[in-house]
Design a binder for this molecule. Structure first.
Ligand SMILES: Nc1ncnc2c1ncn2[C@@H]1O[C@H](COP(=O)(O)OP(=O)(O)OP(=O)(O)O)[C@@H](O)[C@H]1O
Ligand SMILES: [Mg+2]
Length: 360
């Protein structure tokens, strides 16, 4: 039995609709929901929490139909980007707030607060008021408050997006530890793929109020089922044709290039190459890796703490990622000729018998 099951869920908010959402989540799954802004991620989360009434469809939690239950009866906690703590209560009272409604035993409440604050490393802050805390500390308090009531589902809507990179990394580690101790099932909306890679075992991709693809993390990033998902998660997807074998590797012709893959295939195939799996160099690289291409740098885009390069390999466009530091030390500019290296293990055949033109 699925822990959370959503069947044909639709909502009409006038200008925006959630359309026939189906989702199955197992106990202790960590599901991340990704998709462009306005795709309905928050609305989906808030509908699961009970803040919107679906027009059609059902939501089951542990087999119980909760579609019409009010939010407070659903046994779920929600954590937002902005920490929404009670400003006049101490950290202790903020964390104990939900628990006090459930149990009266003061000693037991203190024990539970001690336990969760030790896991999240905020025991030293219990006497403070939230306004005196840093963003990362406030978010740990919000997490403690959400987890202490042992919710069946922890819903998080971009919980780390207001925090700096180091604090985010630290918080991810703490969340991992806390949800493992509390055996929590999590639905986490995010724009940050680092959240997906470091926390999730499952991913849902949304667009225009619909789920386009769901699967485990590798499936979404290495086997995007449609071009939109491939573009959104940044995977290079290429169509080609198998033209034979070489030393146990499959030879695939893509445009004017030949790529070698460890995967088996024949006929027309679709390939995926992750941008972070492309190694670049100013000069030809002496290595045993078999896919090496001379290419032109078409475009350099800096986004946040990463640099995206678009490489033109004999007419095929490949996207790759570098750190700003790597870009600086390689001294690469648009129009430069460089060399790209892709290991045969990183050229994955994601579909066979594919019809259509080479996608580049
Ligand atoms: N109460 C509402 N009534 C009508 N439309 C709404 C309501 N709340 C949100 N919307 C619209 O629904 C769409 C989806 O909103 P939602 O907040 O779920 O997007 P999102 O995927 O979470 O985006 P973001 O990544 O920017 O947070 C948006 O176009 C938004 O303007
Ligand atoms: Mg949102």
């Amino acid at each position: 039995m699925n822990f959370l099951k959503i069947e044909d869920l639709s909502i009409d908010l006038g200008e925006f609709k959630l359309v026939d959402v189906n989702l199955e989540v197992k106990k202790r799954d960590y599901l991340t929901i990704i998709g462009p802004t306005g795709s309905g991620k928050s609305i989906l989360l808030e509908t699961i929490a009970g803040f919107y009434k679906p027009e059609k469809g059902r939501i089951y939690l542990e087999g119980e139909d909760i579609t019409n239950l009010p939010p407070e009866k659903r046994n779920m906690s929600i954590v937002y980007q902005d920490y929404v703590l009670f400003p006049h209560k101490t950290v202790f009272d903020n964390i104990a707030y939900g628990l006090k409604k459930k149990i009266k035993d003061k000693e037991k409440i203190r024990e539970e607060v001690t336990q969760i604050t030790e896991v999240l490393k905020i025991s030293h802050l219990l006497h403070r008021k939230p306004t005196t805390l840093s963003g990362g500390e406030q978010q740990r308090v919000a997490l403690a408050r959400a987890l202490i009531v042992k919710p069946k589902l922890l819903l998080m809507d971009e919980p780390f997006s207001a925090l700096d990179i180091k604090t985010k990394e630290n918080l991810r580690k703490l969340v991992k530890k806390a949800i493992s101790e509390y055996e929590t099932t999590v639905l986490h909306v995010t724009h940050d793929f680092d959240d997906v890679w470091s926390l999730a075992n499952k991913v849902v991709v949304m667009k225009n109020g619909k789920i386009l693809q769901e699967g485990d993390v590798n499936e979404i990033f290495y086997k995007p089922s449609i071009n939109f998902v491939a573009d959104f998660v940044g995977t290079n997807v290429l169509d080609g044709e198998v033209i034979g074998k070489e030393d146990g590797l499959t030879k695939i012709k893509v445009g004017n290039c030949v790529l070698l893959s460890v995967d088996d295939g024949e006929g027309k195939v679709r390939l995926s190459i992750r941008p972070e799996d492309i190694i670049i160099s100013n000069n030809p690289i002496e290595t045993s890796a078999r896919n090496e291409f001379r290419c032109k740098v078409e475009k350099i885009n800096r986004m946040g703490n990463l640099v995206y390069l678009t490489l033109n390999v004999d007419g095929i466009m490949l996207r790759c990622i570098l750190t700003p530091n790597a870009l600086y030390s390689l001294n690469i500019k648009e129009e430069d000729i460089i060399y790209a290296l892709i290991k045969a293990t990183n050229v994955r055949i994601i579909a066979k018998n594919v019809e259509g033109e080479c996608r580049s």
